[in-house]
Design a protein around this ligand. Structure first.
Ligand code: MEV
Length: 307
């Protein structure tokens, strides 16, 4: 009976712009989804029959990638769903991982690519950032050109992404979950409409791409001060794109006096923010005081793995 887990993630820089083929950086975090699978007479999830509408990610993964008896799936998660911390990617990656174990073994690249395919089908439009980070763990840097640490290359429509390993520096991040669950698909669609209609939005997406490239250099050089400034600039651009929310802004504003930088992370519209800080207790305290749920996250975690 395979038991496979996969991590959630936080996006350091580049969300939304990465959907248009721009660079992005994401880091796996110590919140995991654990999936146990056994063949059964009927597809089941946590003791209930699988419903295609409510379990669209699982249903799509089974339909597209499983040949065999129906599956009885048991899920245990530390990742709040709709929190912007990669719960759907970890769900798909852990299930595909469990299926892979039943058929011979885990291949990170094959799982990352299949999970991206499932996420794109369900979400409507996506990048491979969340699914590749959950499959690989540690850190992932997506670039528009191949570099030294290339893991794999992904293409869809006319877009392409070169997915790289990114060494995770020893930095402290506090995540603040607003408690508001925001589905990714409509936010990605909203940015696409803005992008298609205005030059202004296209310039913002380009600017986020430039910020992310600069941020990758700061990470390499461990330049925390500049990295924090870039995170805050990225947040301001995401706000102009219309994907922040008053609750996110409140947590970002509260964290700023004790942080190098702070920004929303993931699709936005609710979900979570992150702060880069060397005073995590204080940042966690102000996040709670403003109604958020703080997590001081550990990084440098494994990707998809058999338990
Ligand atoms: C969501 O975690 C990140 C987005 O960039 C969407 C995606 O990359 O698929 C908003």
């Amino acid at each position: 009976m395979p038991v496979v887990s996969a991590p959630g993630k936080m996006i350091l820089l580049g969300e939304h712009a990465v959907v248009f083929g721009k660079p992005a950086i994401a880091i796996g975090i110590d919140m995991r989804m654990t999936c146990t699978v056994v063949e059964a007479g009927q597809n089941m999830v946590n003791g209930h029959p699988l419903d295609d509408r409510y379990h669209s990610y699982l249903a799509t993964a089974i339909k597209e990638y499983w040949v065999g008896e129906p599956l009885d799936i048991t899920l245990e998660s530390d990742i709040p769903s709709g929190s912007g911390l990669g719960s759907s990617a970890a769900l798909v990656v852990s299930l595909l991982g469990a299926m892979a174990v039943m058929r011979g073994g885990i291949d990170e690249e094959a799982i990352a690519k299949a999970a991206f395919d499932v996420e794109s089908t369900v979400q409507g439009r996506a990048s491979p950032l969340d699914t590749s980070t959950s499959a690989h763990g540690q850190g992932v840097f997506i670039d528009s050109v191949p570099g030294d640490q290339l893991l794999w290359h992904v293409e869809k429509d006319s877009r392409q992404w070169y997915v790289h390993h990114c060494a995770v520096p020893d930095l402290t991040f506090v995540v603040g979950f607003t408690g508001i669950r925001a589905p990714t698909g409509p936010l990605v669609a909203k940015v696409k409409r803005f992008f298609d209609r205005t030059r202004f939005a296209r310039d913002i997406i380009d600017e986020i791409g430039t910020i992310t490239e600069d941020g990758a250099k700061c990470l390499q050089n461990r330049d925390t001060v500049s990295l924090g400034e870039l995170m805050t600039r990225d947040h301001n651009l995401l706000t102009i794109l219309g994907v922040s929310s008053p609750e996110l802004q409140r947590l970002v504003d509260a964290s700023m006096p004790y942080s190098y930088g702070a920004k929303l992370t993931g699709a936005g519209g609710g979900g979570s923010m992150i702060a880069l800080t060397d005073n995590p207790e204080k940042v966690a305290e102000v996040i709670s005081r403003r109604g958020g749920i703080p997590y001081v996250v550990r990084t440098d975690v494994d990707g998809v793995r058999e338990e």
